[in-house]
Ligand binder design. Structure first.
Ligand SMILES: *Cc1c(COP(=O)(O)O)cnc(C)c1O
Length: 381
């Protein structure tokens, strides 16, 4: 390297300093980082096409997409949130947005800023959407075209009962759009079986890949609707994406090639670990270990029992202690957790993510430090 100094100057700033228990970006598998270093080449070259087709095939299997298409976008997950509305909801059309936290609220904004109307079914932080409430809301609003569901609400650490909710939406003959950004890779998705029309995730969450790549799956019914949708834009034009993917084995504009290669490596790691069930079991174990550890310290979890997230835990701080204090004290000890996020809970919670690359020993070490931090902070109150 001729300009090694340039590299070193940047490295000094960005070099790893913390063990990550973040909400994303998360720590990546070393094998992923290694493949992402390869020299670039044309995305219309046969080597890229081979990788792209293989990644899409592996994702179809992982997400159980039996009918429909999987597409990869050089954007973060929110791009596909917008694509679901622009391609799937008629102008001025109505959407039932279910809200259990900050990311449900984002879906509402995306609906409204794209000239569609949102009606909401909203819960207080920590709660999950209940199928009977959804049924009720759909009876009251028979004119909505779709229901949006945050599979895993990252701000509260709640996993919605997606199969049950999708079933209710389908009984009412509605499209089902699922924000699975912090769930995809960490919680099961059976796309076709559960009756999902759009689901999307981001590379930087439970897959443990750097940011910049979004994954979306689209049902045949959705694609048919999208074909007839006017003014669906260019960049996130789903029918165009599908057409180009068939013709050129890649997306219409330049893909996030390194991230795609990284994701392909992760999908192979999952296979080598024994498949999806084994991999998801690892996520369940990690999050269980965190919840048990946190309770042993004497802290409460925000999520209502039975709906705890397998990828992130929102923890309530003890009386007199702010979430930021815990976050800062843990950072000083070399652990980066996630701050509280969202209206009404930002100050009184902090979050512990368990996505991406980490060992069970890392979790034990983090919990031991958290115990000491909480004791120290309590002593000062
Ligand atoms: C992180 C996150 C998002 C935003 O994803 P981006 O990739 O940053 O666009 C949306 N929804 C949920 C549930 C998330 O956790």
């Amino acid at each position: 390297m001729q300009f090694e100094d340039a590299y070193k100057e940047v490295y000094e700033i960005v070099k790893p300093k913390y063990k990550l228990f973040t909400a994303g970006p998360v720590a990546c598998f070393p094998e992923v980082l290694e493949i992402m270093k390869v020299q670039m080449f044309s995305h219309r070259a046969k080597e890229y096409k081979q990788m792209h087709v293989d990644t899409v095939e592996r994702l179809k299997k992982f997400l159980e997409v039996e009918k429909g298409e999987v597409l990869l976008f050089p954007s973060s997950g929110t791009g596909v949130m917008e694509a679901s509305i622009r391609n799937g909801i008629s102008k001025g059309g109505k959407v039932l947005v279910t809200i259990i936290g900050a990311f449900g609220k984002r879906y509402k904004q995306v609906v409204e800023t794209n000239g569609r109307k949102a009606v909401t079914l909203e819960y207080e932080p920590g709660k999950a959407v209940k199928p009977e409430d959804l049924d009720e809301a759909l009876k009251k609003n028979p004119d909505v075209e779709a229901v949006t569901i945050t599979y895993n609400e990252t701000s509260t650490g709640v996993l919605n009962p997606l199969p049950e909710l999708a079933k209710v939406a389908k009984e009412h003959d509605k499209l089902v759009f699922v924000d699975a950004v912090s769930a995809m890779g960490g919680a099961d998705i059976k796309f076709t079986k559960w009756g999902i029309d759009v689901v999307f995730g981001s590379s930087q969450k439970a897959f443990g890949v750097p940011p910049g790549l979004a994954v979306g799956a689209f049902s045949e019914e959705f694609i048919e609707i999208a074909h007839k949708m006017e003014e669906r834009g260019w960049y996130f034009d789903i029918p165009r994406y599908i057409k180009v993917q068939k013709e050129k084995q890649g997306p219409p504009s330049t893909p996030a090639m390194p991230q795609e290669f990284g994701l392909n490596v992760v999908l192979r790691i999952i296979e080598k670990m024994g498949g999806k069930e084994k991999w998801l079991e690892m996520y369940r174990k990690r999050s269980e270990m965190i919840r048990n550890g946190v309770r042993e310290i004497g802290l409460d979890i925000l999520a209502e029992p039975g709906y705890e997230s397998p990828t992130i835990t929102a923890v309530l701080t003890p009386e007199g202690i702010k979430g930021d204090q815990v976050y800062n004290a843990m950072r000083e000890r070399g652990f980066e957790l996630a701050k509280g996020y969202g209206e009404g809970i930002k100050e009184k919670t902090f979050r512990i993510g368990n996505m991406g690359y980490m060992t069970f020993e890392d979790i034990e070490e983090m919990l031991q430090n958290l115990k000491e931090v909480i004791e120290e902070l309590k002593a000062k109150v």
